[in-house]
Design a protein around this ligand. Structure first.
Ligand SMILES: [Zn+2]
Length: 90
């Protein structure tokens, strides 16, 4: 049950194991490994989590909300298809 490690501590969205911003490195690796055969599903799942995290973080830090680019690279950029890293080329 390796997926039970490196889970987010909500609403702070910090890793329960290593206290890094979630998803931390080990969490990303586990998610990619677990959903390697359906990365589209993983991206949809991550997009949902990104919205939840954004809502929580804005509520916690109304004066210094996370930047959209920061949230994007934290939750989605690392799992996005290669072309999505350069949206200006689409
Ligand atoms: Zn972690």
């Amino acid at each position: 049950m390796e997926t039970l490690s490196h889970q987010p501590r909500r609403p702070l969205w910090l890793c329960r194991d290593c206290s890094a911003d979630w998803p931390c490195g080990p969490a990303r690796l586990a998610l990619l490994r677990e959903h390697a055969d359906d990365l589209t599903w993983l991206r949809v799942y991550l997009a949902g989590l990104m919205h939840e995290a954004l809502r929580d973080l804005i509520r916690l830090n109304p004066h210094t909300p996370p930047a959209p680019a920061e949230i994007w690279s934290r939750f989605l950029a690392w799992a996005a298809p290669p072309t999505a890293h350069h949206p200006e080329h689409i």
